[in-house]
Design a protein around this ligand. Structure first.
Ligand code: ADP
Length: 285
């Protein structure tokens, strides 16, 4: 029997815990954690994502700050908005919604966000803190995967974890987080010649390749825990990087798409915003 990992339930649990802890933090300090979202341009998908994040922020009892810039905003325009938010003591966290319109240098703009406000965990400084195992804010999607593994009681220490994908957003920080929890970690990517040979020994297989249906039974050891970070819109609905139905009875646990990793990302964004507020208040560590 393959059990389906319920990301919606765990995300709800994380969100209610964050809301409770936010209320205690506000009561103790008088500071309301605030997340500033920055949206550049009119990409409809980005607008929906930002609206969802803002709603979740308000539902957690935090303050929602929003800055919208036109699609023809210059590098300097966006930089000025980020710098003002960075300097504002009432803003706990800053999220620059990606992708940015063509012509803007995302990496340079992201790096204007101070580590203490980097709720997406994407700055060079945050990546360095993660690599060092120092206090800092971790990228939301891989943190969400760790929360899911913990909620399911999956043993990470000593497990062989294989991560498919090495992006800055998911694969790389995912490997780092697993390593910090004492897994033996292998990272596969598009130049890995025999993917199945690399993934088959995995006790924990995390797939973040952005390739629909990449992973099937030939890639999975019986009894493995399989986490599908991929999400693709098809004519018949949403699907992931894993051919989920083909793993039924083979994997011990599997995250569904939708309803697996997806809902965790926003929950961890809220957790990071509270963490950022505590950190800048000096009550973080
Ligand atoms: P995300 O941000 O969701 O992780 P990206 O598109 O930025 O997605 O990165 C995709 C990653 O997946 C890259 O590191 C790439 O090397 C890896 N990848 C893509 N195709 C394959 C494949 N066929 N086998 C293994 N890894 C792959």
């Amino acid at each position: 029997m393959t059990s389906t990992i319920d990301g919606r339930k765990t995300a709800r649990d994380v969100r209610s815990k964050v809301a409770e802890e936010t209320a205690s933090f506000v009561a103790a300090t008088g500071i309301v954690p605030a997340l500033a979202t920055v949206l550049v341009g009119e990409d409809p998908a980005s607008a929906v994502y930002v609206a969802n994040k803002r709603r979740a922020v308000r539902a957690a009892g935090m303050r929602d700050v929003h800055r919208a810039l036109p699609a023809d905003a210059t590098q300097e325009d966006v930089a000025a908005v980020l710098d003002a938010l960075a300097a504002d003591p009432e803003v706990s966290g800053i999220l620059l919604q990606l992708p940015l319109p063509a012509g803007l240098d995302s990496a340079a703009l992201i790096d204007r966000i101070p580590a203490v406000k980097d709720v997406d965990g994407l700055t060079t400084a945050s990546a360095g803190l993660l690599a060092r195992g120092a206090y800092g804010l971790r990228p939301c999607t891989p943190s969400g995967v760790m929360e899911l593994l913990d909620a399911e009681g999956v043993t990470v220490k000593g497990a062989h974890a294989v991560v498919v994908g090495r992006s800055e957003l998911v694969g790389r920080p995912m490997a780092q987080l697993l390593l910090r929890r004492d897994a033996t970690v292998t990272v596969a990517h598009r130049h890995t010649p025999d993917l199945a040979a690399v993934t088959r020994p995995a006790d924990i297989l995390v797939v973040a390749a952005g390739v629909p249906g990449l992973i099937g039974p030939e890639h999975v050891k019986p009894g493995a825990t399989v986490v599908d970070v991929g999400i693709h819109r098809t004519g018949t609905g949403l699907t992931g990087d894993v051919r989920a139905t083909e793993l039924d009875g083979l994997a011990a646990r599997l995250t569904p798409v939708p309803g697996g990793v997806g809902p965790m990302t926003i929950a961890l964004l809220l957790a990071n915003t509270l963490r950022a507020a505590r950190w800048s208040h000096g009550s973080g560590r």
